[in-house]
Design a protein around this ligand. Structure first.
Ligand SMILES: Cc1cc2nc3c(=O)[nH]c(=O)nc-3n(C[C@H](O)[C@H](O)[C@H](O)COP(=O)(O)O)c2cc1C
Ligand code: SF4
Ligand code: SF4
Length: 346
């Protein structure tokens, strides 16, 4: 049996924290510790006979950047055992439970840990309520409870499997789908999530308390002119949006249309036509891609900066907020999880 269990969690809204906690608490008689994964967080000391548990959300059918990067900050594995429990978006429609899709979220991290010398004892995705508040209106309390209760039962069964000395490797169909969707996941990681960050804005209800900045596990928010400004390093964990005490953080479809318009201008054609640099047309596709990539990121960053200043005019911020779908959406926090449980507020 293990000397100690360290359950690492990366969690925007508490689902993955709960999974990490359920698992470690189910392993009775063993000393356990919970450890948040956040940018620049020091890792813990790991003993040869420890068990490490990792729980984190699925984003874009794969693991978030923060999680991927954290694996490289751990010491060499030397055969230490690990269990991976990514969470994913379970939903319920008309009384029917639908699973999320973790894609490569579990096995990507499993592979990286294996390469670092760890022994993977278990991989399984856990359905928890979807927390993508920017995208949908959120589940009712009743549906949240059903999904969370099932998640807890599943985690306890998995912990029992490990306690009995067995292993589990679930999710091969999602893995195959994840590999087929690898292009989508890659696109999400290198540009999708960066553009999602630029959809956030603080409405007129924001009082400049800076809580969103303090809790962000990626340190992605700056306070500019007493209002939060989202940088490209955001991992879209949804903590800021769901924990803002004023419910002031919104996402507007108008900014999405604006970025779509700016981003789809084929800038390399413009350069070759208008500047007469026809040699651009002969460059390989990868260079075109790079030019377009740099163009999208810089033009969206400029547009967002201008928008940030314009939205300091309160009636404009109020108008954009009223026209935002998210103003009418529920906020999500995993039941029974407090802000202090999952985020540092210093
Ligand atoms: C930006 C974003 C992308 C997501 N992508 C997926 C996905 O590809 N598949 C899925 O099943 N769930 C997806 N989800 C849902 C979360 O993985 C899920 O709700 C998770 O339990 C949240 O955990 P947390 O509360 O610990 O942050 C996504 C959520 C967000 C915010
Ligand atoms: S937490 Fe909300 S109210 Fe406080 S600064 Fe951030 S957006 Fe404004
Ligand atoms: S800015 Fe908000 S959504 Fe992005 S990583 Fe930080 S807390 Fe999460």
């Amino acid at each position: 049996m293990y000397a100690k269990i360290t359950a690492f969690f990366m969690s925007g809204t508490g689902n993955s924290y709960k999974v990490a906690k359920w698992f470690s608490e189910s392993m009775e008689g063993i000393h356990t510790g919970l450890q948040q994964i956040r940018e620049q967080q020091a890792t813990v000391t790991i003993g040869d006979n420890d068990l490490l548990v990792f729980s984190y959300p699925t984003h874009g059918f794969t693991a978030p950047w923060l999680m991927i990067k954290y694996i490289f900050r751990l010491p060499e594995g030397n055969g230490v055992h690990v269990v991976l429990l990514p969470t994913r978006a379970g939903t319920r429609i008309l009384g029917l439970s639908l699973p999320g899709m973790e894609g490569t979220a579990g096995y990507l991290i499993a592979g990286l840990l294996w390469l670092r010398g760890y022994k993977v004892r278990g991989v399984a995705a856990i359905d928890m309520p979807s927390n993508w508040t920017a995208l949908h209106w959120g589940l009712s309390d009743k549906n949240v409870k059903v999904i969370v209760d099932r998640g807890e039962q599943k985690v306890k069964r998995l912990a029992q499997t490990i306690a009995l000395g067995r292993s589990f490797y679930n999710g091969f169909i999602p893995l195959v789908l994840g590999v087929l969707l690898a292009g989508v996941s890659f696109g999400y990681l290198i540009i999708g999530q960066m553009l999602l960050a630029k959809l956030f804005f603080a409405s007129d209800k924001c009082n400049g308390c800076s809580l969103c900045k303090q809790i962000c596990p990626k340190q992605s928010i700056q306070m500019l002119g007493n209002k939060p400004y989202w940088t490209y390093s955001c991992d879209s964990c949804m903590a800021c949006m769901n924990f803002c005490p004023q419910q002031a953080i919104q996402v507007s479809p108008f900014t999405l249309f604006l970025y779509n318009y700016i981003g789809t201008i084929p800038v390399y054609f413009w350069i070759s036509g208008n500047l007469g640099w026809s040699f651009i047309g002969q460059l390989p596709g990868s260079i075109w891609f790079l030019i377009q990539y740099v163009y999208i990121l810089s033009s969206v960053a400029l547009a967002y900066r201008i928008l940030h200043h314009v939205l300091r005019i309160k009636p404009l911020a109020a108008l954009l907020s009223t026209l935002s779908h998210t103003k009418y959406f529920r906020r999500y926090k995993s039941p029974g999880v407090s802000l202090g449980n999952i985020h540092r507020t210093d």
